[in-house]
Design a protein around this ligand. Structure first.
Ligand code: BG6
Length: 497
């Protein structure tokens, strides 16, 4: 794919994301020859910085870049930093946008950018509409000459209504085909590989349905707590922070029907259908039986006392915000009728891991000793992170008399493909946007369908009668009650155990 000369204008450029994710990703793209000959990054934010100070902050003195760079990268880092510029937009993003437009215009001419601009909004969502409007007033959404694209960061909405309003607000100024909503999980190789696993292998797809699959389990665990993000997190919680976006994106790739082609339009059409087929939980009884929320409480990890969630900085000491969420649900369509899905996500777990487990049914008729138990059934385990790879568990005969069956592993690790450089999520996503490929970005209707499923749960947790917030020790695999959710069907697979 060709990447045309272009300018990336980052709003909120003095924030954490620019130095931690965007600039390292852009540097890698630069190092590996993926950026066009003429490529300019213009940082925009409220801080009063010169070009030089900005370069120092996000490139030359950035811990993240330095830690990642090899010695031979250092010359390149200098060169890369020459592509970076900065424009101060005033305390409240209120300086006239005409000076910004002028700066963009000047750089456009100086570097022969061809009026190709990507606006990256790494700001609070409350600014998305205003920035879009201001850009439009300067003619910066006009594609008569050169492309204009808008990338927006998460969180995309606080619930269905706010997500719809955000969509409406941005779509007043930019066409849907110009809008790229980031979900960095879609940038992960292993998440994309879900499509390949399913649709490039005739050994999986024929079995990928209610006839052969017993249940589906997804675990997303992080060992960290909320760290310095207590203020944001306490207004968000695990359901909004991880489940509505990243995990439902994974669910949509597992649930979707085969697209007729691997392009943005067809893949996203199928994902929307998948998300719309999730059975929305309506009544309190269903919500009570199928959802669990919890918070980590103080505990000792490796001899050190770790704070409980309510003691974290910027967290309300009486907070009910969940740091753990486990949801059981069904998918109302032909393929998945009656197959339960169990999805959990949490902070302060024993380890950082994300994996999908497809639990197959046991053979209908058992002829061997010991083989009928569910825990001996086939499993396909897709390790999203770390140890990216795929594990298949299958039965083999125990050597010796009779026919005893034992489980064996077929295990593939991405790291065994040593010659390939696996791009980090932001690298891949930025490059795709630079090339105009929105396949790995969430479309408006996808985001809204995901919120439509999550909204009743949020509402129940907020307003339902006597909805408990369970506790779990920091560093443990969640509250005991979560076991009841999956009881009768199996147990949670705790990856490192
Ligand atoms: C972010 C959440 O979107 O994803 C964070 O806001 C979370 O709370 C992070 O830690 C997890 O991403 P990853 O790629 O480290 O699994």
């Amino acid at each position: 794919n060709k990447t045309e000369n272009q300018m990336l204008i980052i709003f909120g450029a003095s924030g954490d994301l620019t130095a931690r994710k965007l600039v390292p990703a852009l540097f890698n793209l630069f190092r590996d020859g993926h950026v066009p000959d003429n490529f300019v990054v213009l940082g925009v934010s409220r801080s009063n910085l010169t070009d030089e100070a900005f370069r120092k902050k996000v490139v030359l003195e950035s811990e993240y870049l330095k830690n990642k760079a090899t010695v031979k990268d250092f010359g390149l880092i200098e060169n890369f930093s020459k592509n970076l510029f900065y424009e101060d937009l005033g305390e409240n993003y209120d300086t006239s946008y005409s000076s910004l437009a002028e700066r963009i215009g000047d750089l456009n001419i100086e570097f022969s950018i061809g009026n190709n601009y990507i606006f990256y909004l790494s700001t609070p969502p409350s600014l998305f509409e205003a920035i879009s409007k201001n850009l439009t007033e300067q003619g910066l959404n006009d594609e008569t000459e050169g492309f204009k694209r808008l990338i927006v960061e998460k969180p995309f909405g606080y619930d269905l209504e706010t997500a719809k309003n955000l969509n409406k607000g941005i779509q007043k100024y930019f066409k849907e085909s110009q809008i790229y909503r980031i979900d960095h999980y879609l940038g992960k190789e292993t998440v994309q590989n879900l499509l390949v696993t399913r649709f490039a292998n005739s050994i999986f797809e024929p079995l990928w349905n209610r006839n052969y699959i017993h249940h589906v389990e997804i675990t997303n665990a992080e060992s960290n707590g909320v760290e310095l993000r207590g203020g944001y997190y306490d207004n968000s919680g695990a359901l909004r922070d991880m489940f509505q976006n990243h995990l439902l994106q994974i669910v949509s790739l597992i649930v979707m029907e085969p697209p007729i082609a691997a392009n943005a339009q067809e893949i996203r059409n199928e994902k929307v259908k998948a998300l719309r087929s999730l059975r929305i939980m309506k009544d309190e009884k269903t919500l009570n039986e199928n959802t669990i929320r919890a918070q980590y409480v103080s505990s000792k990890i490796n001899g050190e006392v770790v704070k409980g969630y309510r003691e974290e900085k910027d967290v309300n000491p009486e907070s009910k915000t969940e740091t753990y969420a486990a949801i059981k649900f069904f998918v109302d369509n032909w393929r998945w009728k009656d197959v339960p899905f169990y999805v959990r996500t949490a902070k302060r777990m024993p380890t950082k891991v994300t994996e999908v487990v497809i639990h197959f049914k046991s053979p209908h008729h058992q002829i061997f000793q010991d083989s009928g138990m569910l825990n001996k059934a086939n499993k396909l385990i897709i390790r999203i992170q770390p140890d990216e790879g795929i594990l298949i568990k299958f039965g083999v005969k125990v050597p010796g008399q009779g026919f005893k069956v034992e489980r064996a592993n077929l295990d593939f690790y991405y790291s065994s493909l040593q010659e390939t450089h696996v791009m980090e999520a932001y690298e891949r996503l930025l490059l795709d946007a630079m090339q105009g490929d929105a396949t790995l970005y969430a479309r408006a209707d996808e985001v809204e369908a995901a919120w439509a499923f999550v909204d009743p749960i949020l509402d129940y947790w907020k307003n339902g009668k006597d909805v408990r917030v369970h506790g779990y020790s920091a560093g443990a695999w969640g509250p005991k009650n979560a076991d009841e959710l999956i009881e009768g069907i199996g147990t949670w697979r705790n990856p490192s155990e």
